[in-house]
Design a protein around this ligand. Sequence first.
Ligand code: DC
Length: 218
Amino acid sequence: MPCRIAIDGPAGSGKTTVAKLLAKKLNFYYLDTGAMYRIVGLFLKSKNIDENSIEKINEELRNLKIEFRNGQFYVNGEKVSDEIRTPEVGIYASKFASIPLVREYLTKIQREISLKENIVVEGRDIGTVVIPDAEVKIFLTASPEERAKRRYKELKEKGINVKYEDILNEIRLRDKQDSERKIAPLTKADDAILIDSTGLTLEEVVDIIYEVVKERCK
Ligand code: DC
């Protein structure tokens, strides 16, 4: 069995940076499951399908082939671009993420990928639903303001123009949507390690998790 590390937490908690750095340090694969929800959000939106059209969603998902090759996502053969990273796509991702059909579809792909390699898997329900028996489970959090600040900086650096207030509102809205949905809500698994990254550097967070991994995946 490979060594699987589940990192869950709300938007902007630093989990993406932490998961990427950790995967690099361990020489593990890195799987960003949020990107997969964003891919579905963008795909369904581009077809003008809203979250209430369950029949249409079911039909369209059959036309959507998501592949993970060498750490990169491909949608129907095409490499996925930064288009999925905008706050707008984040809102769609979060909306469609509350639909059981969408979650089943993506959970299945995520499990298949995680069975093969040593991997760091990042998301909202990895330790609770996708890989409940992961060797290491982390729940990472930080205050909404700290998270908004980080996300703002990250998007600015990518040249995406956004307002801090919009990001903070988006984070609050998504927290609410993600933690109140009936299926696979954002929640800490009982046996996950809770790390609050407010006031810590993300490198410090990586070091904490690295030590746990060394202990559990010998
Ligand atoms: O991590 P992110 O901000 O890129 O995620 C986008 C949305 O996808 C997020 O609002 C909730 C959803 N998501 C989810 O429901 N389950 C996951 N495992 C990952 C993301």
